[in-house]
Design a protein around this ligand. Structure first.
Ligand code: DWN
Length: 408
């Protein structure tokens, strides 16, 4: 593991620490039963603000082959909400750009084909690029052509040399995951056609800070983006943030529309003006974040301990990466929560990193009817509560930890 001395975007050494989450295991390093007695790899996790370009980022860089290869357990298609969200995105772009069999759509971090399958179904050629072999194989099984590899400037250049420049490139929840932040942006510029479009989704740091979504901070997420920091990063590589949309997915995200010609729309000007108006281009904006994170930690622990003291049983929903940050930072162990459930069959039978809580299929809930269910995948709380209506009808109650621990 490396620890940065300068900003991942502008290389400035003026970095101000805003949060320290201590030493923690990797959020997606689920533990096999046979390894329960073996020590886990743990890494410090701290967050800094760049005084020069305003980028929020973590200091620590864990090697990508440790984070994203063998046994990477995340499969996008286990969320109906995410599938619907992606299908609507694709339908809008096919219509607006009048895409057909003569075009090419590439997706970086294409996972199990959750998005590209919509273009494939419409007869539009696609190419996915993802280093995680498990999800990539699922994509190929449904006909989505996928390169099992990391997306680098060298790979972008070789694809361009093969005449595979793209009309549209999607990059959802990956810009924050790549250690070479400038490298991935220059690679996007290399791979997109001059009249092409790059569509990126990233969690929005403004929502993270305002809703205390500290659990989305973990080693897979190296950067936490604002419009101001992104605009500087893209312009450095001849790309222009021409349009932007705020989304509710994943606790609040931005959908960014980039091109090689400058045609900046009001949506971008308004977003940047709003950010400056609330001071997101100063470290002052982030000063009280650590204190608010600690308040959430205190409130959640107190709530769970009170329920246990009343003899209540508690389970959790969503063996999510953010769930690992939450239970390890707050200290939610087997003395408070009996087990976790998750629909992702690749996670069932394993244990959460750190607290080692066992992971079962959701059917376990009706079997054992815990009094309370802590929704660790709070970003899908509506979908999960609808899905678990029988549990609620039988008297089960839900707890959401973010933005403020609450019983629903
Ligand atoms: O950036 C990332 C985001 C997009 O996804 C990755 N670095 C890792 C991952 O983060 P996460 O694990 O915190 O993401 P989710 O999507 O919030 O995880 C939700 C978990 O809940 C998954 O394991 C799937 C599961 N789930 C479920 O069991 N039943 C989700 C839904 C909607 C359900 O109904």
């Amino acid at each position: 593991m490396e620890s940065i001395k300068s900003c991942r975007s502008c290389a400035s050494s003026k970095l101000t620490q805003i949060l320290d989450l201590g030493v923690t295991p990797l959020a997606d390093a689920l533990v096999k039963p046979e390894n329960l007695d073996k020590p886990e790899g743990t890494y410090p996790l701290s967050v800094v603000y760049c005084e020069q370009c305003t980028l929020i980022q973590i200091r620590e860089t864990v090697p990508p082959d440790v984070l994203f290869c063998q046994d990477y357990p995340y499969y996008s298609s286990f969320s109906e909400a995410l599938l619907k969200h992606s299908a609507a995105n694709v339908a809008e772009i096919i219509a607006r750009r009048k895409l057909g069999p003569e075009h090419l759509v590439v997706e970086i971090a294409s996972n199990d084909g959750y998005l590209l399958k919509n273009y494939h179904a419409a007869g539009i050629p696609v190419l996915g690029i993802d280093p995680a072999s498990g999800p990539a194989q699922r994509a190929m099984d449904i006909g989505v052509d996928t390169l099992v590899d990391f997306f680098t400037p060298a790979l972008a250049q070789s694809l361009a040399d093969e005449g595979k420049q793209a009309d549209v490139i999607h990059a959802n929840n990956v810009l924050a995951h790549v250690a070479d932040t400038n490298g991935i942006v220059s690679a996007l510029a290399t791979l997109v056609k001059d009249d092409g479009e790059i569509v990126i989704e990233v969690p929005y740091v403004k929502d993270l800070i305002e809703h205390v979504e500290f659990d989305t901070i973990y080693h897979e997420h190296l950067c936490y983006f604002s419009g101001i920091a992104l605009d500087k990063l893209f312009r450095r590589h001849g790309l222009y943030l021409n349009d932007v949309r705020r989304l509710s997915i994943h606790g609040g995200s931005l959908r960014l529309f980039l091109g090689k010609q400058e045609a900046v729309q009001d949506s971008v000007k308004e977003l940047l003006a709003q950010e400056r108006a609330v001071g997101m281009d100063t470290s002052t904006y982030y000063e009280d974040f650590a204190q608010r994170v600690d308040q959430l930690k205190h409130d959640l622990l107190a709530l769970l301990q009170k329920l246990k003291s009343e003899g209540k049983s508690i389970a959790a929903y969503g063996a999510a990466a953010k769930g690992a940050t939450m239970i390890n930072y707050v200290g939610v162990g087997a003395e408070l929560v009996d087990f976790v459930v998750d629909r992702n069959s690749y996670k069932q039978g394993l244990h959460m990193p750190g607290q080692l809580l066992p992971i079962f299929a959701p059917e376990k809930l009706l079997e054992s009817m815990p009094d309370y269910l802590l929704i660790l995948a709070w970003n899908f709380a509506d979908e999960i509560r609808a899905q678990q209506s029988q549990y609620a009808e039988r008297g089960g109650k839900f707890i959401v930890p973010v933005p403020k621990p609450a019983i629903l």
